[in-house]
Design a protein around this ligand. Structure first.
Ligand code: PMP
Length: 455
């Protein structure tokens, strides 16, 4: 067949361009190239592994003609699976979480998939989680096959067979560093395995997010549940260890905050004209944090996983950026307030402590609200008015665990959030925010009084 002519859309997967980055990395001495995966037909790198998983399952007799593909997916894998399903005649049922962009869910439905949205803030083992729901559907649906991108070796293998060789060829073997956001681990580990076989000196950097377990596990071997919290960044980081993350192939992880990821997502298109998604922002922010690792004359490759269209309601929406505290409005930040002596580091109560104990803590510390923790993780809050109301209406409640009456957890904000944006986040239904200093691993509570004193 002539060049670039295909039997179906599936033939257009892969062979994406490598584009030199010029402005966003002006502070880096090495040459930085981006593998721009938006050129795939589903607009993300996940088309590669979705097709490979489907074809391997067909060969193994796991996916039968007219069958149903089931998967828990944040969107991009679903898009790749849906493309393959359309061409090959399968049905798709996907479970996803309520934190994913609406655009991603709408797009999956446009491709004819059934999408079930599940809560984000539950443990993977919880029957409501998107992992558990997809496993249950697989049992209940006849002729169904669950792709299981987290543990399915075809995921990493797709990148060993395509992404790795493409990068080797496109850099003419000059690649020295590979920088990739890690979710299932398939992209990074499949690509890295190929490149390290060709050139063992290639350094492999995994980009992780605060709220995920990867970095600490790599550095200490400890799976620390306290690292987990519901972060905003999409596509990377996990609260468990997928089999496709081969820690032996990754030299080091770098963690990026939601705020920096969002800011850099918006900057890439402004500075380079390359319209890519949230994990590309994380990757660039992480790459800049690592800049001293990249020497003059070296070749660095960063992978841009998906397209900016999937984030028009978020990182490309100024109102959302302001609501999240990410907009650059100038002036002092929460960091200045935290420096202030009147703001103390976080004190909370455990959810199984008694209501009486919580009341005592609040009285002793002169708090009008207090966070509620589960084994050190923040899961709720308690305000003075609610505590008082509960104790008046039920005298016995004082001996009950706090979890019986706790309210919604206070929201987290980054320590770099401008005070001007903080003011709008504190109101009667949400009387405090939790300020996170991620690199220092410190959390502070700020109330309306603290903010008022500053403005
Ligand atoms: N970025 C985005 C936008 C993604 O959808 C994913 C897949 N979860 C990743 C990064 C991470 O890729 P991988 O699963 O191959 O580690």
């Amino acid at each position: 067949m002539p060049k670039n002519v295909h039997d179906s859309i599936l033939g257009t997967i892969g062979q994406t361009p490598l584009v030199r980055l010029n402005r966003v990395v002006s502070d880096i001495e090495a040459t930085v190239w981006a593998k721009v995966e938006t050129f795939n037909p589903g607009n993300s790198i996940k088309d590669r592994m979705a097709l490979k998983m489907v074809e391997d399952a067909e060969k193994a007799g796991l996916l039968l003609p007219g069958g149903t593909i089931i998967e828990g997916t944040s969107g991009n894998t679903g898009m790749g699976l849906a493309l393959a399903a359309i061409v090959k005649g399968y049905k798709c049922i996907f479970t996803t979480t309520d934190k994913q962009s609406k655009e991603k869910v709408d797009a999956l439905r446009a491709f004819g998939a059934e999408v079930i949205v599940c809560p984000t803030d539950v443990d993977p083992e919880d029957p409501r989680s998107y992992y558990s729901v997809s496993s249950r559907l697989e049992k209940e649906t006849p002729r169904s096959w669950k792709a299981n991108q987290y543990d399915n070796p075809s995921n990493a293998q797709a990148h060993y067979e395509t992404t790795g060789p493409e990068l080797w060829e496109q850099t003419e073997g000059k690649i020295d560093h590979l920088v990739v956001g890690v979710g299932t681990g398939g992209t990074l580990c499949g690509t890295a395995r190929f490149l390290k076989e060709k050139k063992p000196s290639v350094k492999v950097w995994g980009i992780d997010t605060y709220g995920s377990v990867f970095k600490k596990y790599k550095e200490t071997g400890v799976f620390d549940k306290h690292e987990i919290y519901p972060y905003v960044t999409e596509g990377i980081g996990e609260d468990f260890l997928p089999r496709n993350v081969d820690f032996s192939l990754i030299d080091a992880f770098e963690k990026v905050t939601d705020r920096d990821a969002a800011i850099w997502t918006a900057e890439i298109v402004r500075q380079e004209g390359i319209w890519v998604g949230n994990s590309a922002g994380s990757a660039i922010a992480g790459l800049k944090q690592l800049k001293h690792q990249f020497k003059k004359g070296e070749t660095v490759v960063v992978v841009f996983h998906d397209h900016g269209t999937r984030y028009v309601g978020k990182m490309f929406n100024p109102d959302w950026m302001a609501q999240m505290g990410y907009a650059d409005v100038g002036g002092p930040t929460a960091r200045e307030l935290v420096k202030n002596k009147t703001v103390t580091e976080l004190v909370g109560v455990e959810e199984n402590d008694t209501v009486e104990h919580a009341a005592e803590q609040m009285r002793k510390n002169d708090f009008s609200q207090i966070p509620v923790l589960r084994s050190g993780r923040i899961v709720g809050s308690l305000s003075e008015a609610h505590l008082y109301g509960s104790m008046v209406s039920d005298a016995d409640i004082r001996h009950q665990p706090v979890r019986k009456i706790m309210q919604k957890a206070f929201r987290y904000v980054d320590i770099e959030t401008p005070i001007k944006l903080l003011a709008g986040m504190i109101h009667p239904e949400s009387p405090a925010v939790l300020v996170r200093d991620f690199p220092a691993d410190k959390t502070y509570i700020l109330t309306g009084y603290d903010v008022l004193a500053a403005i």
